[in-house]
Design a protein around this ligand. Structure first.
Ligand SMILES: [Zn+2]
Ligand SMILES: [Zn+2]
Length: 88
């Protein structure tokens, strides 16, 4: 028996746990939408200052994003990001 897609009514619906009764085209479309929303979520996190929540101005590899004010104060504090043993 051929199952039909519940979205577009094409024959050939898959029997996957999450994408039950959807054809491969609608599954691919749904995955794209989910990936896009995840991507936007990550982007908005990366664009927000980790310290005060204002729009971030600076991004570093392996460091949280900061706005201009917080980046300046972080640099102004001597040893702020250094391990305890290296602080003055
Ligand atoms: Zn479909
Ligand atoms: Zn900030």
């Amino acid at each position: 028996m051929t199952r039909r897609c519940v979205i577009c009514n094409h024959a050939g619906a898959l029997e996957l746990p999450y994408w039950e009764n959807m054809c491969v085209f609608c599954v691919a479309y749904g995955l794209n939408l989910r990936l896009e929303s995840i991507r936007l979520g990550i982007k908005s996190v990366l664009q927000t200052c980790a310290n005060c929540g204002r729009p971030a101005a600076y991004l570093w590899v392996n460091r949280l994003p900061l706005c201009g004010r917080c980046a300046e104060s972080a640099e102004a504090e001597p040893g702020g990001e250094l391990p305890a043993g290296l602080q003055a």
